[in-house]
Design a protein around this ligand. Structure first.
Ligand code: 5RP
Length: 233
């Protein structure tokens, strides 16, 4: 079988909530794509829908671009629509896009429902400009309103990290469990995820969490210079 004829892995793994709003965002972001750009691609359903819109524009206008991906699922999606895939080791993105689970009025974010917050944070630091695409359901008066903060933890350090998180004010920190596999979710980096609820989320919490030995990364993005692009629908 030729690879050209192989089945493309092009579907989002879950249900896409607010799909029409995400498609509208995807079209707006695709319109920003210019010939020769390297674009950083976040994870989640908004990113997935945006990939489809970007591919449509790239192929229709015969643009040459490269993408740099933050997770296996968006790598598969970009491959399926024939977008050339590069590595952060070789290419610095001109800009990147991603979704979010919560955005507060000061543009602080909670991300990581999809478990890809480690690479998503690396990407936001790599790209000189980041666009966070959200439908209105993601706008909250205060972080933590709907979502916990996901914390990626080295398995051997689990108990240490749990203990330290409680010292930082964590109220609960359940381990994220897998669906269609027994046991916990294992991240791309081989780690566990704790979904942590805090009584209060403040400006130094991201740094405090990251300072715990055994924490790989958290889904709290505080004080980043990102553009929030809100769906019109
Ligand atoms: C994945 C993420 C996603 O960007 C976030 O969960 C938003 O997802 P969606 O676009 O499906 O609503 O952080 O780790």
């Amino acid at each position: 079988m030729n690879w050209e004829n192989a089945t493309p892995y092009n579907q989002f793994s879950g249900t896409i909530s607010n799909q029409a709003a995400k498609e509208e965002l995807g079209r707006r972001i695709a319109a920003r794509v210019e010939d020769g750009q390297v674009i950083g691609v976040g994870s989640g359903s908004t990113s997935y829908v945006t990939i489809q819109a970007i591919a449509e524009r790239v192929h229709r206008h015969n643009l040459t671009i490269a993408v740099v991906c933050t997770s296996p699922e968006v790598t598969l999606a970009c491959a399926a629509v024939n977008l050339p895939i590069g590595s952060l080791l070789q290419k610095r993105p001109d800009w990147c896009f991603d979704g979010a689970d919560e955005v507060d009025p000061a543009r602080n974010l909670i991300k990581g429902r999809g478990g890809a917050m480690f690479m998503e944070k690396v990407m936001i630091h790599a790209a000189p400009k980041s666009c966070i695409l959200v439908d209105r359901s993601k706008l909250v008066p205060k972080l933590g309103t709907k979502f916990p903060i996901p914390v990626e933890v080295l398995p051997i350090a689990l108990r240490v990290v749990e203990h330290e998180l409680r010292d930082l004010g964590a109220i609960e920190a359940p381990m994220r469990m897998a669906v269609k596999k027994d046991g916990p979710v294992i991240t791309e980096n081989g780690n566990f995820i704790l979904d942590v609820r805090f009584a209060e989320i403040h400006s130094s919490l991201e740094r405090d969490i990251k300072a715990i030995p055994g924490v790989i990364e958290s889904g709290l993005f505080w004080g980043r210079d990102v553009e929030i692009v809100v769906a019109e629908e």
